[in-house]
Design a protein around this ligand. Structure first.
Ligand SMILES: NC(=O)c1ccc[n+]([C@@H]2O[C@H](COP(=O)([O-])OP(=O)(O)OC[C@H]3O[C@@H](n4cnc5c(N)ncnc54)[C@H](OP(=O)(O)O)[C@@H]3O)[C@@H](O)[C@H]2O)c1
Length: 344
């Protein structure tokens, strides 16, 4: 096997350095992957720029990737060398550099990967594996709404859900998921991403580039709602959700804590979770995890019901990891999923 190389954060807040890295042999339940698609998530930029998790340095970060299986460890039965897979770094692997996405030959836990069809897109699968787990945990576990069928759409429940941010990766997946579960979904988009958000099958889209007052008035006019989710995680959106709910009071589920959380009206509650871990790691959700990893996700990728935002491939191999992180940190990603091929 070729020698491994990684995009490393050498110390807190440091820019990425590309350098040789250790080569790994997969242990029990582990799989060695030739990484061909690092799929980027905004939190990875925050981990680098803010030292968000007080990582141990030097650190190989990165949460999701796709590639080809090179070698399997003891007791691995679901994949073999040559299979194409998408993987996420859930549970204890989150703190173990060997499983980081920002390298050419990472390990993955068998339980944290899915096998793709030979023609399946590594970019789309790695782009959704964690973001859709986030949407499912938010909608069906934390908000307590229904699960959709594995294929097709559930009968209409007659209830409406408001999902702010339908053009973000998580927001778009949540809109389609809740729509398939039988809810009428009201969501938001900029005009630029309207068609993309329409493809997620909401019942109504609100232009979130309008003034805050207009967004709130239009959202209220299309209610009432059985649940509120905001899929952006910014201070600005927290304030908007707070104003939206302050008249009658209520709860909304959010993607991120922000500095303005303490300023919300007393009758408004914001709830935040590390959602995908709620689905895959909480012992009481193991049935839902199995349904997601073994049925819903593989079938949805196969039949095209589950798809990521359009892929923005940043060229330059591991040397492009910093550029990809900067795009996310600077808010320059609009209706796209950023991917780097570390083999380039
Ligand atoms: N808690 C968790 O478990 C969890 C898991 C995953 C992600 N997250 C967080 O969830 C957030 C979204 O992640 P993501 O990967 O889905 O993001 P993303 O795809 O990178 O989001 C980009 C989109 O955000 C939209 N946007 C940005 N600011 C906006 C605003 N003020 N109002 C409306 N839309 C706005 C833009 O829409 P337009 O271009 O159309 O304007 C853009 O398309 C991030 O904060 C991330 O860290 C949390």
């Amino acid at each position: 096997m070729d020698n491994n190389k990684a995009a490393v954060i050498k110390e807190a807040h440091a820019p990425i350095t590309v350098e040789p890295a250790q080569s790994y042999t997969p242990g029990t339940g582990e799989v060695l992957v030739r990484n061909e698609a690092i799929s980027f998530n905004p939190i990875e930029a925050k981990i680098q720029k803010w030292d968000m998790f007080k990582s141990k340095y030097p650190a190989i970060t990165g949460f999701t990737f796709g590639g080809t299986v090179l070698q399997i460890g003891v007791d691995v039965t679901s994949v073999k060398p040559g299979d194409r897979v998408a993987a996420a770094r859930w549970g204890w692997t989150g703190g173990d550099d060997r499983f980081g996405a920002f390298q050419q030959y990472p390990l993955a836990l068998e339980q944290n990967l899915i096998k793709l069809d030979p023609q399946g897109s590594l970019e789309h699968a790695s782009g959704v594996i964690a973001n859709l787990a986030t949407a499912i945990a938010a909608v069906s576990i934390c908000m307590g709404l229904k699960f959709p069928p594995v294929t097709g759409k559930a009968e209409k429940t007659g209830n409406k859900v408001f999902i702010y941010g339908g053009s973000s990766s998580v927001g778009g997946l949540a809109v389609k998921y809740a729509s398939d579960a039988g809810y009428d979904v009201v969501t938001t988009s900029s005009p630029k991403n309207w068609q993309l958000v329409e493809s997620r099958e909401p019942t109504h889209i609100i232009d979130h580039t309008q003034s805050r007052d207009k967004v709130i008035a239009e959202t209220q006019a299309h209610g009432p709602y059985v649940g509120y989710l905001e899929a952006i995680g910014s201070a600005e959106v927290t304030e908007l959700m707070g104003e939206l709910l302050s008249e009658k009071g209520g709860v909304f589920f959010s993607m991120s804590p922000t500095p303005v959380d303490g300023q919300l009206a007393r009758n408004v509650e914001k709830k935040f979770f590390g959602y995908s871990e709620v689905l895959v790691s909480d012992p009481e959700n193991q049935k839902a995890r199995k349904w997601y990893m073994e049925e819903y996700l593989p079938e949805g990728l196969r039949n095209g019901n589950i798809f990521s935002n359009p892929i923005l491939c940043v060229s330059g191999g591991l040397g492009a990891v910093q550029e990809a992180l900067d795009l996310l940190y600077d808010g320059k990603v609009s209706g796209q999923k950023v991917v780097v091929n570390p083999q380039e």
